[in-house]
Write a protein that binds this ligand. Sequence first.
Ligand SMILES: [Zn+2]
Length: 415
Amino acid sequence: MNELLLQYKAIFDGLDALQERMLATTIKWCDKNTGSGNYDGLIDFSQLLEQAFSELGAVEMVALPDRQVIDDAGNVVDYKSAPIVRVNLPQAGKKSILLVAHYDTVYAKDHEFQSCVMQQDGKLNGPGVADLKGGMLVMLQALIALKKSGLMERIGIEVLLNPDEEIGSPASGAYLIERAKYHDVGLIFEPCLPDGTLVGARKGSGNFTVRVMGKSAHAGREIEAGRNALVHLMKILTEIDALHAARPELTVNVAHVNGGGALNMVPEMAVGRFNARLATVEDAVWMQRQLADIIAKYNEQQGYQVELFGGISRNPKPATDANLNLQNFIAETGDMLGINVAYKHTGGVCDGNNLMQSGLPNVDTLGVRGGNIHSKDEYMVVDSLSERARFVTLILMRMAMGEFNFIRDSLKSEE
Ligand SMILES: [Zn+2]
């Protein structure tokens, strides 16, 4: 058994004793709607987090820029962003850990799924229980345990809780990427699979919108004077669709179109949306170039104006040496607690991709065990609250005590 487990037995036992309170808090948190578009709900919740995390130290609210969205009518619409809730506890000259969790969920304010229901089989069904408010609580309790142990001064800690992960972190992503430069390791609290399997490598992903402006004309009197934006968009999307599978593991999903109206009018405007996922940074560069070429080709045709919005918002997170080193350490730490840790690759993305962009090795599924996320059947395994809190506490303690060999893929920046 690891000596830390014996030496801090009271603290680990204390986490077990917190199980019921953690469950009650998870229910309280998940009964509050924080859909990514629910600005007022996010603001309210950020204040609740401010209070909860003040147990660790001073809490700062980091204001984020507005995010811009192209609506179905082709207009650019500005949305206000809720803040990042931040706790920064640096230790000069020591190693440091960046801990990240998001407080938005995929369930809008008017979604039917708004509250928690306890199920028979040790599961809690509720919006955001697994993804990831349960995990946020795991993070908080583990940090409080680290503080109680007196080991907190041995390692730098920065906590970032962001409001827009479920829509690709459009407002918070740049801040996460920037902060990731100054740390040695990243821990993110997305849920793991029900059996405890964590995510190893992740693909990169991007959401795109193409807007075509043509020229309206009467279909009977002067159709030749018109420029059909909808047809033009179809041609563009057909070429974009052809990029699917053009490189290994590259996927393209043309998902939504809008445009046109009255049958006697040439459509003046059309908007198309698609998602792309890719395995390597080289694929991302290739994809951006292909898209730029297609857009330029159709934009040059007389009478049309074609624009591309969006981009690869998350670069791939490959299994680098530094990431494997961290994965092995976390698996070894799991062994000490009798928790079996396996890793699986996925095409899903999260803020772990953003941290990796700054060369910060990270494991991003340290939250609760759970499943059926992004559906009204989302659940967490209730016992995993205290189980994962113990797990993360031991990870933090071992890192603080110098039991981890910190390796980065690129040099850490100094503040
Ligand atoms: Zn999530």
